[in-house]
Design a protein around this ligand. Structure first.
Ligand SMILES: Cc1cc2nc3c(=O)[nH]c(=O)nc-3n(C[C@H](O)[C@H](O)[C@H](O)COP(=O)(O)OP(=O)(O)OC[C@H]3O[C@@H](n4cnc5c(N)ncnc54)[C@H](O)[C@@H]3O)c2cc1C
Length: 386
């Protein structure tokens, strides 16, 4: 998602500057196009991201199949604290939008100008070797191995980036000891545009609104508990989920394909070198509780594109270290703030200690009573400046 977003942000300026972009993806393209389905994963896009996607020229198309979040309802299982954020109170059309990743991917790829962007899939980058003027990549695909030289290499190969190991870019990893279970759920009552975030003694659980009376589940559990829950048959799974979530959506009646993601906070120790940028989950993988990972990466992407396009217009080389460092310096504080926000929220709401439980309930109650704080939280979650 991040690599394709960068290619899209760069393509017009790249064409004018005579640059060629290769977008290299290891997975084969999905046949059959988009269908609202039960195996799709979803992303909560902030208001800020919606604006950036509009700048990229794809928001109108994307909006055909996104679900607006009118309210966010935050609660703690078995505790009195509840807080509600509403788009109307914040003076925005929606607090955010939920998009299925397959649809976002399809819209991004359809918008690429193939005269500038060559999409190579399925094709794997198996090695990247630094040269004086850039990188030499070794690609492996159906037709065997081939070499490709690049003035600038942007590594956006996800949280388990094998390329960063290959390049000796160190990453700090802190395991949360939790696994996120993802699935699409149908409920007997409509969601009315409400995104639910519920904190349970086992971990946080989110149900985000989707089309056709479906909600996208992100259920965070301790690793061993998650293994047991993943192994349950559908009916028993729905019963356990119902117990943890309650009846705000009525009965939970159907569950789609489940996926499990072990969760860590991963941060690359270096994000830029001469001719090299690390972007997206490869640069920072966050806990999904606050729904900030892609939103942050999109802000990084747009900032990087802005610096590169300025370089293209000025005839500057895209791999120059000073240029790439200027990008990194611009984004550093946003990254630090967003990583800290997600990490603190995770630790606060994954803790079973009574003092912290009481504290966060006071926090939730307090948030509901103190509109300015609530407003601040809403703006951070929406990806807007505080
Ligand atoms: C459970 C969960 C829920 C989330 N919910 C939200 C949310 O609501 N909002 C939000 O903003 N973010 C959310 N995120 C975060 C979001 O999913 C990530 O930020 C986003 O996927 C990062 O995209 P990426 O392109 O950097 O990495 P990825 O999506 O991991 O993509 C990396 C790509 O690189 C390819 N690749 C890997 N190695 C190679 C290679 N050697 N050669 C070629 N290709 C390669 C892979 O096939 C893959 O397609 C969530 C994450 C999780 C786990």
């Amino acid at each position: 998602m991040v690599g394709a977003s960068l290619a899209l942000a760069l393509q017009a300026g790249a064409k004018a500057a005579g640059w060629q972009i290769h977008l290299i993806e290891a997975q084969p393209p999905k046949a059959g196009g988009y269908q609202p389905s039960y195996d799709a994963r979803s992303t909560a896009l902030s208001q800020g991201s919606a604006r950036l996607l509009a700048q990229l020229g794809i928001w109108e198309r994307l909006a055909e199949r996104v679900e607006p979040i009118a309210h966010i309802h935050v609660s703690d299982q078995g505790q009195p604290g509840i807080t509600r954020l509403s788009a109307r109170d914040e003076g925005v059309p929606a607090l955010g939008y939920v998009v299925e990743n397959t649809w976002l991917g399809e819209v991004l790829l359809q918008a690429l100008d193939t005269s500038v962007v060559q999409w190579l899939a399925p094709m794997q980058v198996v090695a990247a070797d630094a040269r004086a003027e850039g990188y030499e990549l070794t690609l492996s695909g159906e037709g065997g191995e081939q070499k490709l030289s690049a003035d600038l290499l942007v590594v956006a190969d996800g949280g388990r980036s094998a390329l960063l190991d290959n390049l000796n870019v160190h990453r700090q990893q802190r395991r949360y000891g939790q696994t996120a279970i993802i699935a699409n759920i149908t409920s007997s009552k409509g969601h009315q545009g409400v995104a639910y975030e519920r904190f349970t003694p086992s971990g946080p659980l989110a149900l985000l609104p989707l089309s056709d009376q479906r909600s996208a589940l992100v259920w965070t559990l301790p690793e061993e508990e998650a293994d047991a829950v993943m192994a349950l048959p559908d009916n028993a799974f729905l019963q356990q989920l119902q117990q943890a979530f309650g009846y705000r959506l009525g009965g939970l009646v159907r569950v789609g394909e489940r996926h499990a993601y072990p969760l860590s906070l991963i941060e690359a120790a270096e994000q830029v070198r001469s001719h090299l940028v690390v972007l997206g989950n490869a640069a920072h993988s966050l806990h999904p509780i606050a729904g900030q990972g892609f939103n942050l990466s999109l802000r990084d992407t747009m900032a990087l594109a802005e610096h590169l396009l300025a370089a293209a217009a000025g005839g500057q080389h895209p791999g120059e270290l000073a240029l790439l460092q200027a990008y990194w310096q611009q984004q550093q504080s946003d990254q630090q703030l967003t990583v800290a926000f997600s990490d603190r929220l995770t630790r606060l709401f994954s803790n079973r200690q009574p003092v912290l439980t009481a504290g966060r309930n006071l926090g939730l109650l307090g948030l509901d009573l103190l509109p300015p704080f609530k407003h601040m939280l809403a703006r951070q979650a929406m990806g807007l400046k505080l």
